[in-house]
Write a protein that binds this ligand. Structure first.
Ligand SMILES: Nc1ncnc2c1ncn2[C@@H]1O[C@H](COP(=O)(O)OP(=O)(O)O)[C@@H](O)[C@H]1O
Ligand SMILES: [Mg+2]
Length: 326
């Protein structure tokens, strides 16, 4: 039997919903690994690199499933584990350190997109640059978070100097950037790697049901994680754009493939986009190694494509091995 390590970031004592989610993914993966002929061992990574080094080396795995999302709750360290696994010359699932870093640093990601003509909403990093227009709506986003951490209705505002400085004053403690707010339709598009190359899975649209007039249509923290909230209950995933609008589908598909290439992605990825009034899709972000839990977007898209989770994991593993053989 082959051996796989399921590598997870050590969780904080009072772990939040978005943090705990990795354990659901780990359980699903461990069950599936068994079906694929692997025995698995779960290891937790923290700042003690010597300890995790020795644990991995003594386990002598054929493969590592990299589920590390942060270290010491700091998402800026997301690329440490793929760097470390590259150093150990072990096949590991998901994106490599470079793609993790450039996609997770959202400012860097947007700059890279822009330099390759991948459309993304206007970026403002310097609040004193005079780029804000008081009549335009913007959204403030944390540079280093994902999973909608730090995103709520208060992040959406008109670009008056008073609004911008009030937001920054009320939200200290993490770096922010601003983006032009795109009020159009939102799509989450999952891509699956494997020996046959990346495949764009059925595209999920996030529909905002019965939102009161004036309430920003965004998938903030509540909508993603707080099951009792209005936002969670009123945002639903739907499929079908491929049949309804082949032209828009083709545009989004092409953008996703471009992202895969430019960012050197591998394994499994989800690209979040919004469509502007000219029917032009703009990339909000690239999620390298998105959540694989059964209630999350990637799983739903794979299911819609007719894949079971063993097939999904096999394809992710194919990419892990093909990277090491390059
Ligand atoms: N420029 C934008 N225009 C409109 N909505 C946005 C914009 N950027 C983010 N959002 C909303 O905020 C949500 C979270 O932003 P996103 O960039 O996907 O970051 P993350 O999911 O990593 O927190 C999106 O799903 C979308 O609903
Ligand atoms: Mg997102």
């Amino acid at each position: 039997m082959k051996k796989a390590i399921v590598l997870i970031n050590a969780l904080s004592e009072k772990a939040t919903e978005d943090e705990l989610d990795v354990l659901d993914q780990a359980s699903l993966i461990e069950e599936t690994l068994e079906l694929l002929g692997y025995e698995s061992e779960r290891l937790f990574m923290d700042f003690d690199l010597k300890k995790i080094h020795d644990q991995i080396v003594s386990a002598n795995p054929d493969l590592v499933i990299n589920l590390v999302e942060s270290l010491e709750q700091d998402a800026r360290l997301i690329h440490w584990s793929p760097s470390f696994l590259t150093h150990l010359n072990l096949p590991y699932t998901g994106c490599d350190a470079e793609s993790m870093y450039v996609s997770s640093n959202k400012i860097l990601a947007k700059k890279l997109m822009t330099s390759y003509q991948i459309a993304t909403p206007l970026l403002i990093t310097d609040v004193n640059s005079g780029q804000f227009s008081p009549d335009t709506t913007y959204i403030a986003k944390p540079v280093w978070e994902d999973a909608s951490v730090g995103i709520s209705d208060a992040n959406v505002m008109k670009g008056s100097p008073a609004n911008i400085s009030a937001f920054l004053l009320n939200n200290p403690g993490r770096p922010w950037f601003f983006e032009e707010f795109i009020p159009g339709r939102e799509f989450n598009i999952s891509m699956l790697g494997g020996n046959e190359g990346p495949e764009v899975l059925p595209m999920a649209e996030i529909v905002f049901n019965d939102y009161p007039e004036g309430k920003p249509l965004i998938v903030g923290y509540e909508a993603k994680w707080k099951e009792d909230s209005f936002e969670y209950k009123h945002t639903v995933r739907r499929f079908g754009i491929e049949q309804e609008d082949p032209e828009l589908t083709e545009k989004m598909k092409e953008i996703c493939h471009q992202c895969w290439k430019v960012f050197g992605l591998s394994g499994y990825v989800r690209v979040d986009l919004r469509v502007n009034t000219q029917n032009q899709p703009l990339v909000l972000e690239i999620n390298a190694n998105p959540c694989l839990s059964p209630d999350a977007g990637f799983y739903a898209a794979a299911e819609k494509a007719g894949y079971n989770f063993s097939q999904v994991l096999s394809r992710i593993i194919e990419d892990a091995y093909s990277k090491i053989n390059r």
